[in-house]
Write a protein that binds this ligand. Structure first.
Ligand SMILES: *Cc1c(COP(=O)(O)O)cnc(C)c1O
Length: 330
């Protein structure tokens, strides 16, 4: 089976498992796991932020990051198909007591005109004030679209002019970095708080980080524990992340090449393939998923007529070529 449903399906490599097995560990709730500390310091440094916090999932990193800059009863503005709005099961409302309003863009991009319309200044105790703007790079449900750095810098200026924060959901920021050669620190510079994942294209079995100021991270550490996600000898997972940073970042370019190859084979618009995700339309998506599965290729339906393919560490060139032939014939 060639599994193109998601880049979360990767299994740790032998070398990653060896790094995990050899990890020095301690009780991270006591602040005594040296491998977790090494990972937090390294990732904070990559993005030019003061501090980082290891979390079991990207969803939790997002919940902690947004709550750090939006108080209960305030709002965050985001694109309509943002992961924080659609795929975190309402956690930001249910757990953090904040609200969201959205703008829509077919490629998940920043739209400053829409933001200017949506933005709500603090007008006293009658209206919900906007406390933060959130963007996602790459944008998952917009097909792995990259948000250009210039647009993010314009968003930063828009936020500064109104004294509100910027949250960046960087679950796949590594893909944007490799696809555009934009330094990670440039992405770090446009956001007050970021969430990044190790368990997508980087191939770690679990783990994400929230990045921000020392103050934000100190408070987020308390909230993380309150939510039951203080972890103990979790250097075993942090070691997988450190290994992934050493060995699995530059190779994301291969995933992007494989995505372009698949896009060509299925007749998808290559202009819509920025990174490792390909979306294309068929007459009957569930039927197509079933037939592709029978032919040895697992794909996902993300709408009644839309199929999504995601390339990753466990899909070789030969796999991509075979999947391309199979999907083209279907
Ligand atoms: C996967 C993902 C996350 C976090 O997902 P978890 O499954 O909770 O780790 C957050 N944002 C985006 C855009 C994602 O694709």
């Amino acid at each position: 089976m060639i599994d193109l449903r998601s880049d979360t399906v990767t299994r740790p490599t032998e070398a990653m498992r060896a790094a995990m097995a050899a990890a020095e560990v301690g009780d991270d709730v006591y602040g005594e796991d040296p491998t977790v500390q090494a990972l937090e310091e390294r990732v904070a440094g990559l993005f030019g932020h003061e501090a980082a916090l290891f979390t079991p999932t990207g969803s939790l990193a997002n919940v902690l990051a947004v709550a750090a800059v939006v108080a209960p009863g305030q709002e965050v503005l985001c694109e309509a198909r943002a992961h924080i709005a659609r795929a975190e099961l309402g956690a930001h409302g249910a757990v953090s007591g904040l609200t969201m309003r959205t703008w829509s863009h077919p490629r998940g991009q920043v739209d400053l005109a829409a933001l200017a319309d949506l933005f709500a200044p603090d007008l006293g105790p009658y209206f919900v004030p906007t406390a933060a703007l959130s963007v996602e790079n790459t944008h998952n449900f917009a097909g792995g679209a990259v948000l250009p750095l210039a647009d993010l810098q314009a968003l930063r200026a828009f936020a500064d002019a109104r004294s509100v924060a910027v949250h960046l959901d960087g679950a796949r920021i590594w893909n944007a970095h490799v696809a555009t050669a934009t330094p990670l620190a440039s992405y770090g510079a446009v956001a007050d708080v970021l969430a990044v994942c190790l368990s997508k294209g980087l191939g770690a079995p679990a783990g994400s980080l929230l990045l921000g100021s020392r103050e934000v991270v100190t408070e987020a550490r308390v909230r993380r524990k309150r939510l039951g996600a203080g972890m103990r000898q979790v250097g075993i997972l942090a070691a997988a992340g450190l290994h992934a940073l050493d060995h699995h970042v530059e190779r994301l370019a291969d995933d992007h090449a494989h995505a372009r190859l698949l896009a060509e084979a299925v007749g998808a618009d290559p202009a819509g393939v920025d990174t490792n995700i390909v979306a294309f339309d068929v007459d009957d998506a569930p039927g197509f998923v079933a037939r592709a599965g029978e032919a040895g290729v697992l794909v996902g339906a993300v709408g009644a007529r839309t199929i999504r393919l995601v390339t990753h560490l466990d899909v070789t060139r030969a796999d991509a070529e075979r999947a391309a032939r199979t999907l083209a014939s279907l």
